[in-house]
Ligand binder design. Structure first.
Ligand code: ZN
Length: 240
């Protein structure tokens, strides 16, 4: 069994299509939140993800903000502008689909959240201290998250938590307990501009990060045409 695990699409349809094509046929899709925000293709991305078979998903902070479920002042000025733009763009059916996402879900021995199990929609796991706290807030062997846009593994061993950098293309046999961040499809921030996602085999507990190059210039062109921020367009080139 093969599951496509992905997060932080952020309305970047070109990156999403590249990642889906790279994975080929899979049995299920687990989406870790932030389908919209930043990118030029909110309706197309919602429609594409909604149509995926065996989709399991959770709500991201940008999704929540677009739905009016989160105060806008949590975001910087530019992100606020993009959230309001996205809200205007999305049709009723797509807003309804976004609103139906739970804040977290458990699939067998995996907890799925956008941010962290302590605060599923908003908390960033960026340090071993925060990760250590996060381990106390879920009870499955594994937790899959997104939100930081940085693919990483937090491994808990004998009460200690260690950070392990992602190695794309190398299958990893998961050992309990661990928090895995799938990285970001539509706006990577680890210095590698390629779309990031993971393939997961839930029976063998094998996880593999994948990176896929896509046509960044095409996305930047659409962002410019739609009057979206040049800064957010530029960061796609550098992956920050
Ligand atoms: Zn995000």
């Amino acid at each position: 069994m093969k599951i496509f695990v992905f997060s932080d699409v952020h309305a970047n349809l070109t990156a999403l299509e590249a990642a889906l094509a790279d994975a080929g046929a899979v049995d299920a899709y687990w989406f870790l939140g932030d389908l919209v925000g930043y990118g030029p293709d909110p309706n197309a991305c919602v429609a594409r993800v909604q149509a995926l078979p065996n989709l399991v998903r959770v709500l991201g902070n940008h999704d929540a903000a677009v739905l009016g479920k989160m105060p806008l002042d949590w975001f910087n000025d530019e992100a606020q502008r993009l959230i309001l733009w996205t809200r205007e763009q999305l049709n009723e059916a797509n807003l309804t689909f976004l609103a139906a996402a739970p804040e977290q879900t458990v699939q067998d021995d995996v907890t799925l959240v956008h941010g962290s199990p302590r605060s599923p929609v908003t908390e960033y796991i960026l340090t071993a201290e925060v990760a250590a706290t996060a381990f106390r807030h879920f009870h499955t062997d594994f937790c899959f998250a997104g939100h930081t846009h940085q693919p990483v593994r937090w491994q808990q061993t004998q009460g200690r938590v260690h950070r392990h950098s992602a190695e794309a293309g190398t299958p990893l046999h998961l050992v309990p307990r661990a928090i895995l961040n799938a990285g970001s499809v539509g706006q990577p921030r680890d210095g590698d501009p390629r779309a990031s996602y993971a393939l997961y085999d839930p029976e063998a507990h094998v996880w593999e990060w994948r990176r896929v190059a896509y046509d960044i210039a095409a996305v930047q062109k659409r962002m410019a045409e739609k009057g979206l921020s040049a800064m957010n367009a530029e960061r796609l080139t550098i992956g920050r």
